[in-house]
Design a binder for this molecule. Structure first.
Ligand code: AP5
Ligand code: ZN
Length: 217
């Protein structure tokens, strides 16, 4: 199974992907996470991606497609994937179609998380993540039961992303509208597009995501 999550930065793609992963036994595959791992590991791709990501622009299709192709070849993703943050350009969408055709797979659904730009700055600037397990939190909208302690793994090393600044959010939103939003029409033409109101609270969005996913699998 292949699910695609489309939506601007801060829409809740990562948050919802993790919930679907648990519920449906799929593997979340975030190109943002893969790129941040490459940056941390200091690989050649990571070195090229670092400055681009900090500026809030898109990393080259070539690098991203290569990283995704490698990850899709690993055995654990055979049960099905949730693509979180990929594809982000028409070139990436076409590359994905080619990759899936080679392995005889199909896209079950491309779910568009629909939100207002204005809400995204607050979501992104309040975000932090557990360094131990990757669980996402928010200063206002999703706090752990005990402050500073991860609900999932008990870890206490909370991290904030280098690109989660007010200036960078503006360029990330711009990149989304110019390069990624056209994919909504691309998947609509393929007949796999589903829309979800992602302005609601996390639980209410999760309920819509579950219904949509269950119907598409
Ligand atoms: P990436 O890591 O993909 O970041 P992004 O798309 O900007 O998305 P985010 O992770 O910021 O947001 P999200 O939608 O996952 O929201 P989240 O669930 O965390 O990409 C980073 C960079 O890498 C890009 O700028 C680019 O440079 C590069 N890159 C990655 N993929 C690429 C590609 N394919 N091609 C080229 N370059 C690529 O939620 C945000 C916050 O809000 C959290 O704190 C959460 O708790 C909270 N929240 C979530 N849902 C709700 C809700 N319903 N109500 C209130 N709060 C909520
Ligand atoms: Zn944790």
């Amino acid at each position: 199974a292949v699910l695609i999550l489309l939506g601007p930065p801060g829409a809740g793609k990562g948050t919802q992907a993790r919930l679907l992963e648990d519920k449906f036994g799929l593997v979340q595959l975030s190109t943002g996470d893969l790129l941040r791992a490459a940056v941390a590991a200091g690989t050649a791709a990571g070195k090229q991606a670092k400055a681009v990501m900090e500026a809030g622009e898109l990393v080259s299709d070539e690098i991203v497609i290569a990283i995704l192709r490698d990850r899709l070849a690993e055995p654990d993703v055979a049960k099905g994937v949730i693509l979180d943050g990929f594809p982000r350009t028409t070139v990436q969408a076409e590359a994905l179609d080619t990759l899936l055709a080679e392995t005889g797979q199909q896209i079950n659904a491309a779910i568009s998380l629909e939100v207002d730009d204005a809400a995204m700055v607050a979501r992104i600037s309040g975000r932090y993540t557990c360094g131990g397990c990757g669980e996402g939190y928010h200063d206002q909208f999703k706090t752990p039961k005990v402050a500073g302690v991860c609900d999932k793994c008990g870890g206490t090393e909370m991290q904030r992303r280098a690109d989660d600044t007010a200036e960078t959010v503006a360029s990330r939103l711009e990149a989304y509208h110019a390069q990624t939003a056209p994919l909504i029409a691309y998947y609509e033409r393929k007949g796999v597009l589903k829309r979800v109101d992602a302005m609601l609270a996390i639980d209410a969005v999760a309920a819509q995501m579950q219904d949509t996913t269950a119907a598409a699998l």
